[in-house]
Design a protein. Structure first.
Length: 279
């Protein structure tokens, strides 16, 4: 989860270094490699800070750079400020496309700014959450770490109780409905790569994407899963996905059970030969 990845970065000394860096460089963008390309991010928010302070999600970024290729259609669900959105857009090039979903209004502003900073025209940005039904949800910050803009989660309107400081009412959509509208009555577009980090909403997102999953026979999914792990693993298994952990040291996908794999970090779900998606 983002919370656990980000918390070790924040101590008074490193944060002072980050603030000083931005003052001395007049807030120069953070540079992040994406294969042979380079992504620029405005120095705003915890993710940009974590990228500068440490090797934030270095293994996952290496995997995305390895599997994303020109012409692919990519989804970034829980896009935040657009690290993976920008990486994927650079890697798939003008013949590919990236669909990014980020529900937070304030974070979505940063996402749009980062896409403009990189002059990316092959990205479709959506200020919406994905779930298993259309409607509205409550987006909440971690009550123990409200300043952490990298960690927000959704709750249903019925179960959310009283609104608190930092809560936001957001729109939600399903992936099946989203692509049905795009298809306009024709066959659903196929997805090649899905990058998902939605802080516990994985099961709901995938339940709302069953038609997309069936249509996308060569889909590779990279996801964090912090809740409903058994249900998520069962749903994907029924769609004939097999599960892997990414060994970045030897650049190999290694077979793993979904539940133990998710407990250890990101899980890769793929139907085909894992060696082929890396070649």
């Amino acid at each position: 989860m983002l919370k656990h990845a980000l918390l070790p970065v924040w101590d008074p000394f490193t944060h002072v270094c980050w603030v000083s860096r931005n003052a001395l460089t007049n807030r120069r963008p953070v540079r992040v490699p994406a294969g042979s390309e380079m992504v620029l991010l405005h120095p705003e928010g915890q993710i940009a800070e974590a990228l500068w302070v440490s090797g934030f999600e270095a293994a996952e970024r290496k995997l995305v750079a390895r599997v994303a290729r020109p012409g692919m259609r990519v989804l970034n669900i829980g896009a935040n400020i657009g690290l993976y959105t920008a990486m994927a857009a650079k890697l798939v090039g003008p013949t590919g496309e990236v669909h990014a979903f980020e529900p937070s209004t304030s974070t979505f502003v940063r996402l749009k700014r980062n896409m403009r900073l990189n002059n990316l025209t092959n990205v479709l940005l959506n200020n919406v959450a994905l779930s298993d039904a259309t409607g509205r949800l409550i987006l909440r910050s971690d009550p123990k770490n409200r300043a952490m803009d990298g960690h927000r989660f959704v709750e249903s309107m019925a179960e959310s109780g009283a609104m608190t400081v930092g809560d936001e009412v957001i729109d939600c959509d399903t992936l099946d409905m989203y692509f049905s509208r795009i298809a306009g009555g024709k066959l659903l577009p196929t997805i090649d790569l899905m990058i998902m980090d939605v802080e516990g909403a994985e099961w709901a997102v995938l339940k709302g994407a069953t038609r997309v999953l069936k249509a996308s026979t060569n889909l590779l999914i990279l996801l964090e899963c912090s809740q409903n792990r058994e249900e998520v693993g069962e749903l994907l298994s029924k769609e004939n996905f097999r599960f892997y952990a990414w060994n970045s040291v030897v650049s190999r996908l290694e077979s793993v059970g979904f539940v133990p794999g998710a407990a250890s970090g990101a899980v890769i779900a793929y139907r085909g030969n894992p060696d082929e998606c890396l070649s």
